[in-house]
Design a protein around this ligand. Structure first.
Ligand SMILES: [Zn+2]
Ligand SMILES: [Zn+2]
Length: 346
């Protein structure tokens, strides 16, 4: 076993610095020194629901970048010293129709999650990127393209790919009319990517200062969702509406903004919801969702971001301030993603 240091849950929302074990490298593994790890809403949720009486340890963190420090005997695609990025899945069955289609994120036997997952070979619980080292199957690590800042690129690996897959699969490109509802970790990256893809991009928010921010992100058009007049004027306007609002909300006002045969892609809130079928019927509108990304799309997304100078807007904190990051994320007090600097774990 290899030993490293990380931030482990000892109870709901309580993290303490702890010594962690990583597996010895398998032939297809690489060891990664984690330099930067983003703080995702999923981490917050995992901590809130963590039961310290369960046997499974919890170390959050599933969007990180770092440097390869060792490679398994069969690894040919990475060398020691390479910069890499790792996202929220670290393995899949490799043989089901989803895996064969390059959608490992939808693996029929469920992909292995970066933390809180079960390793497919030894059955141990995976421990996440709030740590100084991670050991990962090389096919689920991605070369970090040159030109991407390693800290600002970390959130691309969860928030970024989560908005990239629907934008691409829904055919967003030059001439598309895209709306992004909710401007947080997901939303701000959706705006940057949609603009770079050539879409006319509109931000929908109920918060005036976020509307002001949207202009800086390149969205020329804004809709204040609390203004009935603005919402009425935008009826049947958007080919794609990316809905990143993280809380339960009525979809009807947003479906009205989608054009005929257009799609509302629900990415922020993934719980039960009620939809009036007539809100889909009128205009043959489609309701869709997506989450995470397959290996092919993840690699494409990183290259697209490098080519277009896209990365997350971040606030970097030393990992010892992880509690502050989680507390402020809980209060939506971040523009737009916290990233932990893991070097203080040495
Ligand atoms: Zn995440
Ligand atoms: Zn599979």
């Amino acid at each position: 076993m290899r030993t490293t240091t990380g931030w482990q849950a000892t109870g709901p929302t309580v993290l303490r610095r702890a010594s962690l074990e990583r597996r010895d490298l398998r032939p297809d593994d690489i060891a990664v020194q984690v330099d930067y790890c983003g703080v995702c809403h999923t981490d917050l949720h995992a901590l809130h629901t963590y039961d310290q009486h369960t046997k499974a340890p919890l170390v959050p963190g599933h969007e990180f970048t770092g440097v390869v420090t060792a490679t398994g005997a069969m690894v040919t695609t990475f060398s020691v010293g390479d910069r890499v990025a790792v996202g929220n899945i670290v393995d899949s069955c490799g043989v089901c129709t989803m895996c064969e289609a390059g959608q490992e994120n939808f693996c029929h036997s469920f992909p292995t999650l970066t933390y809180g997952g079960t390793d497919r070979q030894d059955g141990t619980t995976t421990l996440g990127g709030y740590s100084r080292e991670y050991v990962v199957r090389n096919t689920f690590a991605y070369p970090l393209p040159g030109g991407l800042d390693p800290a600002a690129a970390a959130p691309l690996m969860c928030a970024g790919v989560t908005v990239w897959e629907p934008l691409r699969s829904l055919g967003v490109g030059p001439g598309s009319r895209v709306a992004v509802a909710g401007l947080g970790g997901l939303g701000h990256l959706a705006v940057k990517m949609a603009v770079a893809l050539g879409a006319t991009t509109t931000v929908i928010s109920r918060t005036q200062d976020k509307l002001d921010d949207a202009r800086k992100l390149g969205a020329p058009d804004l809709i204040d969702s609390t203004d009935p007049q603005q919402m009425a004027t935008a009826r049947d306007t958007f080919d794609v509406l990316i809905d990143t609002i993280p809380a339960p909300h009525n979809l009807a006002p947003y479906l009205k903004l989608v054009t005929m045969d257009g799609t509302l892609s629900l990415l922020g809130y993934l719980g039960p919801l009620t939809v009036e079928a007539t809100d889909l019927l009128i205009g043959r509108k489609k309701l869709s969702s997506a989450g995470s990304g397959g290996r092919t799309a993840t690699a494409e997304m990183l290259q697209f971001c490098a080519d277009n100078g896209i990365a997350a807007d971040i606030e970097v904190l030393p990992s010892s301030q992880v509690d502050t990051a989680l507390d402020r994320l809980q209060r939506n007090d971040v523009r737009y993603r916290f990233v932990l600097d893991m070097s203080d774990l040495d």
